[in-house]
Design a protein around this ligand. Structure first.
Ligand SMILES: NC(=O)c1ccc[n+]([C@@H]2O[C@H](COP(=O)([O-])OP(=O)(O)OC[C@H]3O[C@@H](n4cnc5c(N)ncnc54)[C@H](O)[C@@H]3O)[C@@H](O)[C@H]2O)c1
Length: 263
C-alpha cells in the first residue's frame, strides 16, 4: 500500500502505460485522476476503479486545461502528491518532408505538455511540502531512430527538462525522474508496426531481451519512481527497454567466434 493517502494525476491514463499506472497506484491505496483525450476509455476505467478515482477529459497540449486539471484534482481529493506526465503521440517524418504543423504538434503533446503539467502541479506539491513527478520519455530520447525526427527531439527534451526540474525543485521536496521505455505492446506502437508484415519480428530480433515490453512493466518502474521507495532518486532517466540502449548497434559476433573457436 505504498500510495495510501497519496493523490496522483496520470495523463494518457486511459490506455497502455498510463492505464497500468492508474491501476497500480489505485490498487496500492492511492487516489488517481485519470486524464486523457479518450473519454470513452477513461470513463470506463474510472467507473471500474470506483472510489478514489475520477476521469477528466484533457488535451495535455492546452496549458490552461492543465491548470484546471491540477486545481480540480487538488480540490476533489484534497491535494496533489504525484504527477505522471505520460500522454504522448508517435510521429514519423524526415526533416525535409515534415510540415511545420506536424513538428509543432509532436513537440506540443510530447514536450510542451510536460512543462504545462509541472507548471500547474508544482504549486500544489509545494503547499504539501513535496511531491514526485515522473515523465514518460523514451529510449528514443536517449539515442536517435531513423526518421523519428520530431519524436526524438521531443523525448530528449523531456529527459533534460526532467533534470532541470529535479535540481530546481529539490529544495521544495519535489523529486522528478523520467522513465525511458523501449518498444511496448500498446496501441501507439502496435497499430503502426502490425500494419507492416514482418516488422514486429525484425524489431524484436534487435532487442537483447527479444521482445516488446508489457505496459505494466513500464508502469512498475514509474510507480517505483513516484513512491517513497525512490526517496533518494531524482534527475534520473531510467531505461526500461530490454537492453535496447545498452547495445552499441555493432554486429553480434557470438556465433561466429564460437564457430571459429571450434574449427
Ligand atoms: N509504446 C511504446 O512503444 C512506447 C515507447 C516509448 C515511449 N512511449 C511513450 O509512452 C507514453 C504512453 O504511451 P502508451 O505506449 O501507453 O500508448 P497508448 O497509445 O496506449 O496511450 C497513449 C494515451 O495518450 C493519450 N493521448 C494522446 N494525445 C493526448 C493529448 N493531447 N491529451 C491527452 N491525452 C492524449 C491517448 O488518448 C492514449 O490514451 C507516450 O508518451 C509514448 O510516447 C511509448
Amino acid at each position: 500500500m505504498r500510495f495510501s493517502g497519496k493523490i496522483a494525476i496520470v495523463t494518457g491514463g486511459a490506455s497502455g502505460i498510463g492505464e497500468a499506472f492508474a491501476r497500480r497506484v489505485h490498487g496500492e491505496g492511492g487516489s488517481v485522476m485519470i486524464a486523457d483525450l479518450d473519454a470513452a476509455r477513461g470513463e470506463v476505467l474510472a467507473a471500474e476503479l470506483g472510489e478514489r478515482s475520477a476521469f477528466r477529459m484533457v488535451d495535455v497540449s492546452d496549458a490552461e486545461a492543465m491548470v484546471a486539471l491540477a486545481d480540480e484534482t487538488a480540490a476533489r481529493f484534497g491535494g496533489l502528491d504525484i504527477l505522471y506526465n505520460n500522454a504522448g503521440i508517435g510521429n514519423y517524418g524526415l526533416t525535409t518532408d515534415m510540415p511545420v504543423e506536424q513538428w509543432r504538434r509532436c513537440l506540443a503533446v510530447n514536450l510542451d505538455a510536460v512543462f504545462y503539467g509541472c507548471r500547474a502541479a508544482i504549486p500544489h506539491m509545494r503547499s504539501r511540502g513535496g511531491g514526485a513527478i515522473v515523465n514518460t520519455a523514451s529510449a528514443s530520447g536517449l539515442a536517435a531512430d531513423y526518421g523519428f525526427t520530431a519524436y526524438n527531439a521531443a523525448k530528449a527534451g523531456v529527459i533534460n527538462y526532467t533534470r532541470c526540474l529535479a535540481i530546481d525543485h529539490a529544495r521544495d521536496g519535489i523529486r522528478a525522474n523520467s522513465v525511458c521505455p523501449g518498444p511496448v505492446d500498446t496501441p501507439i506502437l502496435t497499430t503502426g508496426v502490425d500494419a507492416f508484415p514482418g516488422l514486429r519480428a525484425e524489431w524484436e530480433a534487435i532487442i537483447p531481451s527479444k521482445r516488446f515490453a508489457r505496459a505494466d512493466e513500464i508502469a512498475a518502474v514509474a510507480a517505483f519512481l513516484a513512491s517513497d521507495d525512490a526517496s533518494g532518486v531524482t534527475g534520473a532517466a531510467i531505461p526500461v527497454d530490454g537492453g535496447l540502449t545498452a547495445h552499441t548497434g555493432q554486429p553480434d559476433l557470438r556465433d561466429r567466434m564460437a564457430a571459429a573457436a571450434s574449427a
